[in-house]
Write a protein that binds this ligand. Structure first.
Ligand code: ASP
Ligand code: MG
Length: 282
C-alpha cells in the first residue's frame, strides 16, 4: 500500500486534478490511498472570510464567499457531467449555505470566533476538495471512494492545533482500509481529506496549518505503507526554497546522488517534473 498526498497547488485547477488522477492511476498496482489538501488557496480564503465576519465586515465576507463558491461551481462543471454535477452542486449549496449562516452569526449576532468555530470554517476546504477529487477521479476512469476523515482521525480538543489520539486513529484507519490482500486489487481508491479530524464526541478539529502532510503520515503509519508520496505542483528543483531566499534558480540537471543528498537534508522537492514528490518512508 502507498499513500499519495496532493497539496493545494496540485489540485488548484481542473487540469491539475486530472493530472493527479493520471498519477494515481499509474500507481494503481501499489494500492494507493489518496490524501488531499484544500484546492489552491481555499484555506487562506476561508480564513479571510471568517476574519472579516468576526470583525463585522459582513458584506466583504459575503463577496469573498460568493467568489469562493463560484470557483467550486466552475471546477465541478469542468470536471464532472450529468447527474454527478447535480449531486455535487447540491453538496456545494449545502456547504456554502452553512458557511453563510456561520458568518452571519459572527458578523451580525456578535458570536465570537472561537478556535472551535474557526476549525469548523477552515475544515470546509478539505471537505470540498476530497469530495470533488473523488468524484473527478471516478469521472476520469479511476474508481474512487470518498472517506470522511472526521470519522477516522480522532483528536483531542485543542482546536486549530489538535493532536491525534494515535491508537484510536490507527485502529479506525485500519478498519476502513483493510490490507490489500483482503481488498480486491483494482477496487476503488480511497480518497480522504488531510488536515481535519474530530474529537471523540464528533466536533470538527484541524491539525494545524499545513497539516495534510501529517494526515498522510498518520495513514501511512496505520497501514504500514511502503511509501508516502507528497505531491506538490512546482516548476522544478530550485537552488534554495524561494520562500526563504529571493534570486534562486531552477536547476537544469540533477543527479540521483544529489537528489538523495537533498532529501536527506530535508529538501521539500527532490524530483524535477511538472509535479514532484518526496519522502520514501525510512
Ligand atoms: N489546507 C490546509 C492549509 O492550507 C492544510 C494543508 O494544506 O496541509 O494549511
Ligand atoms: Mg493547503
Amino acid at each position: 500500500m502507498i499513500v499519495m498526498k496532493f497539496g493545494g497547488s496540485s489540485l488548484a485547477s481542473a487540469i491539475a486534478i486530472r493530472r493527479a488522477a493520471f498519477l494515481v492511476r499509474s500507481e494503481g498496482p501499489r494500492n494507493p490511498v489518496v490524501v488531499v489538501s484544500a484546492c489552491g488557496t481555499t484555506t487562506d480564503q476561508l480564513d479571510a472570510i471568517l476574519e472579516d465576519a468576526s470583525q463585522g465586515r459582513a458584506y466583504l465576507a459575503w463577496t469573498k464567499q460568493r467568489d469562493l463558491a463560484s470557483q467550486y461551481y466552475s471546477l465541478a462543471s469542468e470536471l464532472l457531467a450529468g447527474v454527478e454535477v447535480v449531486q455535487i452542486e447540491q453538496y456545494l449549496r449545502d456547504v456554502f449555505r452553512d458557511l453563510h449562516l456561520l458568518t452571519i452569526d459572527l458578523a451580525e449576532n456578535g458570536r465570537e470566533l472561537t478556535p472551535e468555530i474557526r476549525d469548523r470554517g477552515l475544515s470546509i476546504g478539505e471537505q470540498l476538495s476530497s469530495r470533488i477529487v473523488a468524484a473527478a477521479f471516478n469521472r476520469a476512469g479511476v474508481p474512487a471512494v470518498h472517506l470522511d476523515a472526521r470519522e477516522l482521525i480522532v483528536t483531542d480538543d485543542h482546536f486549530n492545533e489538535a493532536a491525534p489520539v494515535l491508537w484510536e486513529t490507527y485502529a479506525k484507519i485500519r478498519a476502513a482500509l483493510p490490507e490489500p490482500t483482503a481488498r480486491s486489487v483494482g477496487g476503488p481508491i480511497p480518497v480522504l481529506a488531510g488536515y481535519i479530524g474530530a474529537t471523540p464526541d464528533g466536533r470538527t478539529t484541524t491539525l494545524g496549518r499545513g497539516g495534510s502532510d501529517f494526515t498522510a503520515s498518520l495513514v501511512g503509519a496505520a497501514v504500514h505503507a511502503e511509501e508516502i508520496q507528497i505531491w506538490t505542483d512546482v516548476d522544478g528543483v530550485m537552488t534554495c526554497d524561494p520562500r526563504v531566499r529571493r534570486n534562486v534558480h531552477r536547476l537544469t540537471t540533477l543527479s540521483y546522488e544529489e537528489a538523495a543528498e537533498l532529501a536527506r537534508c530535508g529538501a521539500k522537492v527532490v524530483l524535477e517534473s511538472a509535479m514532484s514528490y518526496v519522502c520514501p518512508l525510512a
